[in-house]
Design a protein around this ligand. Structure first.
Ligand SMILES: Nc1ncnc2c1ncn2[C@@H]1O[C@H](COP(=O)(O)OP(=O)(O)OP(=O)(O)O)[C@@H](O)[C@H]1O
Ligand SMILES: [Mg+2]
Length: 326
């Protein structure tokens, strides 16, 4: 049985608002798809539909070969879900939470106890196992949540913003747990607002905004949509900044930025020839240079570009943007 997911034209409407508006996605078996998007993009609604918790108003989805709507019971047997908000029972211990789920899934008592021990071990909850879940830290709750969704050993796991609110260490622990599951063959749909998380875990990424898919590809492909790299040149003295800017303009260099505050000129670079050309130009200018580096656009920059959200407003005194378009 495959755990692959194929979705075409998925739609969900609440009243007259279409919050998921024709989403297509494919998750090959044993891979991780990162579903990225800002608040309200429709990520959770998509996951809830694919988890059979709410019914789609349009589109087709096959999960592990089963029809999402007509064969919802078979689909449910394949999936585990870790929701956006912790769903543990706070009044009972971590161990009791997991045991209860194991019994609900019809595991015999002995097998249920074994499975709970395995999961407590795997998710580093052995020491806290007997304490009430209500006394757990946020990170421990998320791990307990993840363990709870793994009790039935699902072939397909949905993780809805699994690390929101976690500190970097807990987040890394959770990422490691997800990687282990994937190494064992689990297929994962992960929603997140963090590009970094998608990049760390996902084989491919789709970006959603306002109910629609606005971009898809690997993280490298998404970065490439924003352009190549950026060359930053730091001049030794403030007056050299203006001289460098004049020279770049004279040499018809396009779209560079002058950041007076940090005494930097940033030049977008698309081809290797441009980079080489810039280095020659700098050498020929004989201006004293304090530093040079290149950096790739971060995935957050990519995300902001794709979703067309305004960036931090630039200080008009500190930054002038010179654009020459040929
Ligand atoms: N049960 C509901 N009834 C009415 N509107 C809803 C319902 N559930 C979600 N919505 C609306 O649908 C839109 C998408 O919500 P959804 O929870 O899917 O977004 P999201 O991408 O998961 O956002 P977040 O990152 O904040 O979790 C939002 O505008 C939300 O208000
Ligand atoms: Mg959500």
């Amino acid at each position: 049985m495959t755990a692959a997911v194929h979705v075409e034209g998925l739609v969900k409407e609440f009243g007259d608002r279409r919050v998921v508006d024709g989403v297509d996605l494919t998750i090959p078996e044993g891979t991780v798809l990162g579903l990225l998007g800002p608040n309200g993009a429709g990520k959770t609604t998509t996951v809830r539909m694919l988890a059979t918790l709410i019914r789609p108003d349009g589109g087709q989805a096959r999960i592990g070969g089963y029809d999402l709507v007509k064969q919802a019971n078979q689909v449910r047997r394949l999936i585990g879900l870790t929701g956006q908000y912790a769903s543990v029972d706070e009044g009972i211990s971590g161990r009791e939470n997991l045991y209860m789920i194991a019994r609900l899934l019809d595991l015999p008592r002995r097998r249920a106890r074994e499975r709970v021990d395995e999961l407590l071990e795997q998710f580093d909850l052995v020491d806290a196992a007997s304490r009430p879940a209500g006394k757990y830290s946020g990170g421990m709750r998320r791990r307990l949540d993840l363990a709870a969704s793994m009790v039935g050993d699902p072939a397909l796991l949905y993780l809805d913003e699994p690390t929101t609110g976690l500190d970097p260490r807990s987040r890394n622990n959770l990422w490691d747990s997800v990687r282990e599951l994937v190494a064992d063959g689990t297929t994962v749909l992960l929603t997140t607002q963090y590009m970094e998380e998608a990049e760390a875990l996902a084989d491919s990424i789709i970006v959603m905004d306002k109910g629609r898919v606005i971009a898809s590809g690997t993280s490298a492909e998404l970065r490439a949509r924003v352009g190549g790299q950026v060359l930053r040149i730091r001049t030794a003295r403030p007056e050299h900044l203006e001289q460098l800017a004049r020279r770049l303009t004279a040499m018809r260099v396009r779209n560079f930025r002058v950041d007076r505050e940090n005494r930097l000129v940033s030049v977008p670079i698309v081809t290797e020839a441009e980079l080489t050309g810039m280095i020659h130009l700098l050498a020929a200018s004989r201006l004293p240079i304090a530093g040079v580096d290149t950096h790739l656009p971060s995935l957050d920059e990519v995300f902001l570009t794709l979703t067309d959200k305004p960036r931090e407003p630039a200080d008009p005194d500190a930054t002038i943007v010179l654009q020459r378009v040929f």
